[in-house]
Design a binder for this molecule. Structure first.
Ligand SMILES: [Zn+2]
Length: 194
């Protein structure tokens, strides 16, 4: 099963063996490439390269991480659907509680059993990159594929015309009704005032 093999390798790549380290601060660097996005079967990110810097503060019963993730990923352009490069610039904080208690990982706090020798940061790193994507992912102005763009523009213009025609016929009916109601209200107010 190549998929499982790949995922295991990815997980190992982004793990920190914390046991045996003294209670102090440590720096780690991870490099993210296409394999991470393939392992998670990402729909939004087609590939990419990111540099992850993590500072871990090891305590008695918890690990505290500060992350900086920078790099570039490839997404589908919202405008022309061709691949486009999206810069990644992320800063985040993660607490890993070492406890027999099993809490729910919520993106800020992760739970680790004291029997585990390593803390796996793969999911955190992957989710942080996905979360840091901008709302709009597009090529710089003028760099979209013109052929794709032309195709969408034609479709969109025809759709807009159809929608406008529909809205117009709807609006005239609603407006007339509202005008009548307003006129009736106004007439009543005037009568009440007298
Ligand atoms: Zn584009």
């Amino acid at each position: 099963m190549p998929a499982i093999c790949c995922e295991m390798e990815v997980n190992k790549q982004y793990s920190v063996a914390y046991k045996g380290l003294k209670n102090s601060s440590f720096d780690f660097v991870f490099e993210v490439d296409d394999a991470l996005f393939v392992a998670y079967e990402s729909k939004e990110i087609l590939g990419g390269n990111c540099h992850v810097e993590a500072t871990m503060l090891k305590g008695e019963s918890q690990l505290e991480f500060d992350f900086t993730i920078t790099g570039e990923v490839t997404c589908e352009c919202d405008r022309c659907l061709e691949p486009c490069q999206v810069p990644i610039d992320y800063e985040g904080h993660l607490i890993v509680r070492i406890s027999d208690e099993e809490g729910e990982y919520d993106g800020d706090v992760m739970w680790l059993n004291p029997a585990d020798n390593e803390v796996d940061l793969t999911q955190y790193i992957y989710e942080s990159i996905v979360l840091s994507l901008p709302y709009q992912r597009v090529h710089p102005e003028g760099e979209c594929n013109p052929d794709m763009l032309a195709r969408f523009t034609i479709a969109t213009q025809a759709e807009v015309d159809a929608l406008e025609a529909e809205a117009e016929s709807d609006n005239s009916g609603i407006n007339e009704g509202d005008f009548n109601k307003l006129a009736a209200l106004k007439a009543q107010m005037e009568r009440d005032a007298e």
